[in-house]
Design a protein around this ligand. Structure first.
Ligand code: DX5
Ligand code: ZN
Length: 214
């Protein structure tokens, strides 16, 4: 089942509630929330209070992508805010097994994101306990970048890894440079959660953009 997950990084930050209501009404399946701390990535966005304030404005799931150095600090707050998916970066988690247990025990689905240079094999030990692997198809930090072609191999490897441990329920998400030109190839590679920032929020007709991605 394809899920289209618009990233609010490319929304109008002065009108976030209206922006998420707009994409929900135009067919989005979840809202992708890029939390950045200015340390793990060279950009700073928003944190738990803003996510909590947005929650009541839409009913589709919230998919939080934590590009932060110390994700554990935010897990309980995100659960309280009503977030459904929490994805942490492999590169930011020296105690990844423990962080994943923390997310699940807080009642949320857990994912791990991999930067372009981080191999899928780094997740072999935890693959059975994941709900999602997020393949970053750009270097994280900014919207509107160009899709890195070797990400397609990583999407295939991530799907194969999950299947090899019998975790067929877990999904592969792709994030960065997903648009009308790249969407077919990411689906063929096995991604079912498709994050799109500029391709949705930057489109004149957002309903058509979401339908085209699906
Ligand atoms: C980048 C973020 C993405 C970003 C994608 O670090 O994780 O979610 O918003 O933007 P586009 O779809 O424009 O590449
Ligand atoms: Zn993201």
């Amino acid at each position: 089942m394809i899920h289209i997950c618009p990233s609010i990084l490319s929304a109008d930050f002065s009108r976030l509630a209206e922006e998420i209501k707009d994409v929900e009404s135009k067919g989005a399946d979840c809202i992708h929330l890029d939390m950045m701390d200015g340390h793990f990535v060279p950009n700073l966005t928003f944190g738990v209070p803003i996510i909590a304030a947005l929650r009541k404005h839409v009913s589709i799931p919230f998919d939080a992508h934590l590009m932060v150095e110390h994700p554990d600090v935010y897990v309980d707050g995100l659960a309280k805010a009503g977030v459904q998916y929490v994805t942490v970066h492999q590169e930011a988690c020296p105690h990844l097994d423990s962080t994943l247990q923390h997310i699940r025990s807080a009642g949320m689905k857990c994912g791990v994101a991999l930067n372009p240079a981080t191999p899928v094999s780094s997740l072999s030990c935890v693959a059975a306990q994941l709900d999602m692997i997020l393949i970053m198809s750009v270097n994280p930090g900014f919207g509107g970048q160009k899709f890195i072609p070797y990400s397609l191999d990583k999407i295939r490897e991530a799907r194969a890894l999950l299947d090899s441990v019998g975790n067929t329920e877990a999904v592969v998400e792709v994030d960065g440079g997903v648009n009308a030109d790249t969407v077919q190839s990411v689906k063929e590679a096995g991604a079912t959660f498709l994050v799109a920032g500029s391709a949705v929020f930057g489109a004149a007709d957002r309903a058509a953009a979401i339908a085209a991605l699906r």
